[in-house]
Design a protein around this ligand. Structure first.
Ligand code: GLU
Length: 291
């Protein structure tokens, strides 16, 4: 018998869950049930400034109310920093990382200067690509600055990483923002030299997702379409680190009445608010078209 498919829902405890989270969680849970697969919950709490234990407790409560059950123990990313460190060491040994010491203000200033000269590219989330020159610091200068104790982020040398990885694709069972589906050609370069270890935490969203999906044996990644483009970076890391590739299904985003993507503070669509207003779990399924 082949091993069962493994699904996951991976919220960040930096706010209360809303209908968009309910949609992702239920799509994963229902899909796992349909194929007699496993359903895992993962707490993505690497951001020490925004994640709080009361939000984590609320995630368990809200998902339980929706009728979702998950395997325990739950993987909490902040408990596994050594796994991300090990991956960073491998990437560093391949010569794919460099330290970047600039402050946010310095980066904003550099972007402004680039924009004054012409159009400076932005990533799929709308943030300007890294404009700095940290990649060309000599090894000696990098070492000298590290020894001063100056904080730094570790960035991926995207050009070299892409050369090493060659052509990359992924299997999309849902669709991207322009209806892309099937075998997708990954274009991680649109993200520039992404940060893989932040100044304030020794990992990043992209790195920890790629590592955890592999360590947890995730076969099916079902998540919102806002993460479609990020998949290119995840596939790049999987390829370089010899990790297995899941299949992906990016689903429609739930939007508010004004057509905007829901945010953690979107009160009217918060699961707690809906529950307090008398909504049932069936009612939530109805609202997101999952009855
Ligand atoms: N933690 C991410 C979020 O809350 C989701 C990560 C993923 O599904 O890949 O948006």
């Amino acid at each position: 018998m082949p091993p069962p498919p493994v699904f996951r829902f991976a919220p960040s405890p930096n706010g209360f869950l809303h209908l968009g989270h309910a949609c992702s969680a239920l799509l994963n849970f229902d899909a796992a049930q349909r194929v007699e697969g496993r359903f895992l919950l993962r707490i993505e709490d690497i951001d020490p400034t925004r994640c709080r234990s009361e939000f984590e407790a609320a995630i368990y409560e809200d998902l339980g109310w929706l009728g979702i059950t998950w395997e325990t123990p739950v993987r909490r990313q902040s408990d596994h920093l050594a796994d991300y460190r090990a991956a960073l060491d491998r990437l560093a040994a391949l010569g794919l990382l460099y330290p970047s010491f600039e402050s946010r203000a310095e980066i904003a200033c550099l972007v402004k200067a680039r924009e004054a000269e012409g159009i400076w590219p932005r990533d799929p989330d709308g943030a300007p690509l890294y404009p700095g020159a940290a990649k060309s610091l000599s090894a000696g200068e990098q070492e000298r600055r590290r020894r001063t104790g100056a904080p730094f982020a570790l960035r991926l040398d995207m050009d070299t990483a892409c050369r090493l990885a060659g052509d990359i694709t992924w299997t999309e069972r849902g669709s991207g923002p322009n209806g892309e589906t099937g075998e997708i050609v990954a274009s991680p370069k649109v993200w520039g030299d992404v940060i893989l270890a932040r100044k304030d935490t020794p990992t990043s969203y992209h790195l920890s997702v790629a590592i955890d999906d592999a360590l947890q044996g995730i076969t099916d990644v079902v998540r919102g379409r806002d993460l479609f483009q990020s998949t290119a970076v995840h596939r790049l890391l999987q390829t370089i680190l010899d990790l297995p590739q899941p299949v992906y299904r990016h689903h429609d985003l739930i939007r508010d009445n004004a057509g905007k993507k829901l945010s953690k503070s979107s009160g009217a669509t918060g699961l707690r608010e809906l529950r307090a207003g008398g909504m049932t779990p069936e009612g939530v399924r109805g609202l997101i078209g999952l009855l």
